[in-house]
Structures are given as structure tokens and as C-alpha cells.
Design a protein around this ligand. Structure first.
Ligand code: NAD
Length: 256
């Protein structure tokens, strides 16, 4: 379904981004990976699906790095057809103790990076008359939790940004939507499981159960592959009129 399209997935050396990259690759899309840590393993996983794969190590907090990555996509892949803004970090602290540098980093990586990739990739999509912008927000783009002020602000901002871009592109072949996952068991969430286990003096399984029970009525983690399947749907022709949505996949978290 996506043969001939190129997808850039930011923050795709791990977790949700890698899961989405794999599902897009299964549909035949060429993939540009991005993120920190080992890139060779994720590259090999994608390449095993028989598609062209590239990697750029742009730091998503740095606008110049982002511009270099989009230039790389243009030079090596002929541009970006599917842009998945996924890179993100978390920090948990009460607002009065929130480290200023953590606030700035979360806003830069979880919110401003999507502005920079979008402003640079959108002209190419409009010129081709087809494009998909998929912003990985969160249940925290729709509702708040204590101690996550920067993350909640960034994710609510990302949902608002998505709506604005969707309106600006409403009469074109480019759509912009957000996906709002609930808990997904990735390294980002495992840190919170570890913190809960230490605080409550319980083991890993019990900490996971408590984490889910607090927010996610299904008591099941959402998986990167499930989120990838939703991204594939948003890339389909059937989704052409899905525009400006913040689509939750959160086990009922935001239904409460
Ligand atoms: P993860 O920690 O497994 O992956 C994050 C990815 O982002 C990694 O590839 C990492 O290298 C990359 N990254 C971090 N900082 C970067 C930077 N400055 N520049 C480039 N890449 C950078 O986390 P995840 O859980 O897969 O999260 C992915 C996205 O999904 C995030 O935006 C997160 O907020 C969102 N999300 C996660 C959950 C969850 O439960 N895990 C729920 C809702 C939303």
C-alpha cells in the first residue's frame, strides 16, 4: 500500500517509533530512522522487511540538526511523504521543583521539533499533492496527570499544533493527525514502573499492575505494533478525510 512513499519517523531507534517504522515498512514504505543509541539493530530489523532504510542522528532539540535531516531525506530519498513526529522524553517532578533545563528540553523535543519538521517537510508534500503528518501525542495531550507539567503542556500543545496544520492543509492531499497512546511498555515507561516499584516496595509485575490500574481501564499495555497499525490506517486512502484528530488508543484512559 505504501510502496514508493518515504516515511521519516523521529525517535525510532526504540519503542513506539520503531514499532511504527516496522508497520509502515511492512506496507512497503522506505524508512528513515532517527534517534539515539544503537541504530544498526533497528536498521537491520527494517531492512529485513525488504525496504530501503536510512538513518539520521539529528538531535530533535536542535533546529539546525532537524534541517540537516530533512535535507538528507531530500537528497537520499527524494523527500518525505509520511512524517511521524514521535521523539519524546519525560521527566516527573512537582512544578515548583521542575528543573528548568528539563522543561526546556521537553518543550523542544516533544513539541517544537514537530514544528520544525513540519515547516520543512510540508512544502514537498504539497508539491506532490500527497502527504501524511502523524504526531505522537499522548493521553496526556487530552488530560493531565500531576507531576508532569512539561510533558502535559507539550502534548496538549502538539494536539493544538496538529489541528492548526490540519486546517491549513484541509483542501489538499496532505492530512495531519495526532495519535494519543495510553501506557505502552517502552523504556520511557519502564523508568516509571521502576520508580513505582521502589516507592511502593513491590516487584516489577506488581508495579506494572498498579501503574495500569491507576489510569488504564483495560489493564493492558497498548503495543507499538497496535500504534503502527493505526498509523498505517491514517496513511490509507480511506483516511483522507480524517483531519485534525487526536485519536486515543489508551485502553479507555480518556473515556473516564
Ligand atoms: P522511548 O524512550 O522508547 O523512545 C524514545 C525515542 O526518542 C528513542 O528512539 C530516543 O533515542 C529518541 N529521542 C529521545 N530524545 C531525542 C532527541 N533529542 N533527538 C532525537 N531522538 C530522541 O519512548 P517511547 O515510549 O517509545 O515514546 C515515543 C513517543 O511516544 C514519545 O513522544 C512519548 O511521549 C510518546 N508516548 C509514549 C507513551 C508510553 O506509554 N510509552 C504513551 C504516550 C505517548
Amino acid at each position: 500500500m505504501l510502496k514508493g512513499k518515504t516515511a521519516l519517523v523521529t525517535g525510532s531507534t526504540s519503542g513506539i517509533g520503531l514499532g511504527i517504522a516496522l508497520e509502515l515498512a511492512r506496507q512497503g514504505a522506505s524508512i528513515i530512522l532517527n534517534g539515539f543509541g544503537d541504530a544498526d539493530g533497528p536498521k537491520a530489523e527494517v531492512a529485513a522487511l525488504g525496504v530501503k532504510v536510512g538513518y539520521h542522528g539529528a538531535d530533535m532539540s536542535k533546529p539546525d540538526d532537524i534541517a540537516a535531516m530533512v535535507a538528507y531525506a531530500q537528497a537520499e530519498f527524494g523527500g518525505i511523504d509520511i512524517l511521524v513526529n514521535n521523539a519524546g522524553i519525560q521527566h516527573v517532578a512537582p512544578v515548583q521543583d521542575f528543573p528548568v533545563e528539563k522543561w526546556d528540553a521537553i518543550i523542544a523535543i516533544n513539541l517544537s521539533s514537530a514544528f520544525h519538521t513540519t515547516r520543512l517537510a510540508l512544502p514537498g508534500m504539497l508539491a506532490k499533492g500527497w502527504g501524511r503528518i502523524i504526531n505522537i501525542a499522548s493521553a496526556h495531550g487530552l488530560v493531565a496527570s500531576a507531576q508532569k507539567s512539561a510533558y502535559v503542556a507539550a502534548k496538549h500543545g502538539l494536539v493544538g499544533f496538529t489541528k492548526s496544520v490540519a486546517l491549513e492543509t484541509a483542501t489538499t492531499g496532505v492530512t495531519a493527525n495526532a495519535i494519543c497512546p495510553g501506557w505502552v511498555l517502552t523504556p520511557l515507561v519502564q523508568k516509571q514502573v521502576d520508580a513505582l516499584a521502589a516507592k511502593d516496595g513491590v516487584d516489577n509485575d506488581e508495579a506494572k499492575r498498579r501503574l495500569l490500574a491507576e489510569k488504564q481501564p483495560s489493564l493492558q499495555f497498548t503495543t507499538p505494533a497496535e500504534l503502527g497499525a493505526l498509523a498505517v490506517f491514517l496513511c490509507s486512502d480511506a483516511a483522507i478525510n480524517v483531519r485534525g484528530q487526536a485519536w486515543a488508543m489508551d485502553g479507555g484512559w480518556t473515556a473516564v
